[in-house]
Design a protein. Sequence first.
Length: 312
Amino acid sequence: MSVAETIARPDLDEATLTHLEELEAEAIYIMREVAAQFERPALLFSGGKDSITLVRLAEKAFRPGKFPFPLVHIDTGHNFQEALDFRDALALGLGEKLIVSLVQDSIDKGRVREETGKFASRNSLQTVTLLDTIEEHRFDACIGGARRDEEKARAKERVFSVRDEFGQWDPRLQRPELWNLYNGRIHPGENVRVFPISNWTELDVWNYIWKENLALPSLYFSHSRKLVRRMGHLFPVSDFVHLDPDEEVQELQVRFRTVGDMTCTAAVESQATSVQDIIQEIKSADITERGARIDDRRSEAAMEERKRAGYF
């Protein structure tokens, strides 16, 4: 980073910059290992902050050439429109191929059944759509933005996380990764999920976004939105949320820390209108990033159960 760039980012001290440079170098190395070891990789891209970070890392790893993989999004049909619009605009601006697979198609084909009830969500249904997409395009590696600090099941992941021929994950069968040596050898039908920013934290991601001056969907910043309070969390009111007669709709200033399926992603009250504001907010937060994801609260091991079935 040049002196001019450092001056333009006064909130990042030298130690933070050095730390980010080390994380960046590791992630770029991992991406290049994917390109070298696999024949048909893909980068899962939702339009969220982690996948936006991955795209910037891919630019640094492979530009001025084209990416050695397409961008792939599994669209539940209940995603935030702001994130979808950002996804499409970024892919178009990059000039890279974007593959969108729809959970609705899986429902129409009878591959999955739509949930019903007050807390119905399509979030878990996307596993089948993802596995079908991997099989259709014969992807042998899928790059994703999962991080070990997100959730205890994530913390068990390797950087190269092997899935069997059924797309399932078994934490007991993962390979040791010593001295940043990654083993991409797989049997026919298997695939690997790759996590270049596995060692990053939520704060690292936001500091990197600030350092790189990355554009983001407006959802991440404070805005006025109609919400309903459930289980102590604020969920966005939409056509996909079924309201009980006694539930009160409020309009508040909020932002989102994650931008997944809107039926299970809660907002947080916030006045943060800039990346610097968000960084300060995260430093004082007393709830984890995924603490407002209702799908993670269905059981004590909800995330691990989904991952064993093939969830990313």
